[in-house]
Unconditional design. Structure first.
Ligand SMILES: Cc1ncc(COP(=O)(O)O)c(C=O)c1O
Length: 329
């Protein structure tokens, strides 16, 4: 499968091929109150552009349970609550209550008859054609629930090379990182492009105070002398649910976790460094700015967390069942 336009393809034939479904996509998505076939869920071309500046979204995962009996949505309500919080901060109105959103997510999973791990993306965007550049407060939104399957990295040998970015993390005084807005990702994308250009996998962004904040799609933590440290929620980060989950699980495993300001050079001296996010899961960092972390593979505490996280999201652990919404096959 490819997203590359064919030789000599016109804009219309490219669109036709997308609508025909030459690209991996689900059969159904949920849009503003009902399931709609993916290929029929279009908007006018003038509805993109400035409208997307005010759009907010969530990223939620549903894992196949360890016994294969069904899908388990991880921390669904907390993710949906964060979507409302993002919308509140940017002052757009999501015209649906949480019960409707919860039902929409489940409807999408059922309609597409998924039997694999699924990533779900509920997102809200100002409805209609936005004439005003700034998108006025209180504008009514459309709400979409999109989805796709993914390959989990949990329990596999993996790692990434990270580098501190020359780009500064957006901050509370300009573009609050606490809001999960598409527009915030311009910052992370620039940092990601720079990291790739320089032969690394992912950037680590420092905040306006020069302290460590997060990666473009995940929070970060380091282990030094057995103590886990992670930037506080006022360090210019998204209030990550995976970060919260990791703190809880690490403490249950008997480890000390401190939320505080973190210096760049602490990353250079760390025994272990890892990213945490719904999409990235628990991703070990093997080098920072070219300096090897530990022995260059996932450290023991990172592995312990990876296992504990996998056990919880797949329902293998007897703990934290309240984080799971079960959907039997
Ligand atoms: C910028 C950023 N930080 C952190 C995270 C991790 O948040 P969560 O664990 O809630 O997925 C994400 C996830 O998408 C993100 O985009």
């Amino acid at each position: 499968m490819t997203n590359e336009p064919e030789q000599g393809a016109t804009p219309m034939s490219i669109m036709d091929s997308l609508v025909r479904g030459d690209r991996a996509h689900p059969e159904w998505l949920w849009r503003s109150g009902s399931l709609v076939p993916w290929a029929e869920s279009s908007i006018h071309v003038n509805a993109v552009g400035h409208a997307s500046v005010a759009s907010v979204f969530e990223g939620i995962k549903a894992y196949v349970s360890h016994d294969g009996a069904g899908l388990l949505l991880f921390r669904l309500d907390e993710h949906l609550r964060r979507l409302y919080e993002s919308a509140r901060i940017v002052r757009i109105d999501i015209p649906y209550g949480i019960e409707i959103l919860r039902a929409a997510v489940i409807e999408v999973l059922r309609a597409n008859a998924y039997r694999e791990d699924v990533y779900l993306r509920p997102w809200a965007f100002p409805a209609g054609i936005v004439q005003e550049q700034m998108v006025p407060a209180g504008v009514i939104c459309e709400l979409v629930v999109d989805s796709w399957t993914f390959q989990s990295g949990l329990g596999t040998e993996r790692g990434c090379r990270a580098a501190v970015s020359s780009w500064t993390r957006i901050n509370e005084a300009s573009m609050p990182p606490r809001v999960k807005a598409f527009s915030n990702y311009h910052n992370g994308r620039l940092a990601m492009l720079e990291a790739r250009e320089n032969g690394h996998d992912w950037p680590i962004l420092l905040n306006e105070r020069g302290k460590v904040s997060e990666g473009p799609g995940a929070c970060i933590a380091l282990v030094r002398d057995g103590v886990v440290s992670t930037p506080s929620t006022t360090s210019g980060i998204l209030e990550s649910l995976t970060r919260d989950t990791s703190i809880t699980l690490l403490r249950e495993l008997g480890h000390t976790v401190v939320e505080r300001e973190v210096d760049r050079t602490e990353l250079y001296l760390a025994d272990e460094v890892f990213f945490m996010g719904t999409g990235w899961e628990i991703l070990p960092v093997t080098t920072v700015d070219g300096l090897q972390v530990g022995d260059g593979t996932a450290g023991p505490l990172t592995r312990q967390l990876d296992t504990a996280y996998g056990d919880v999201v797949r329902g293998r652990s007897p703990r934290h069942k309240d984080w799971l919404t079960e959907l039997p096959f």
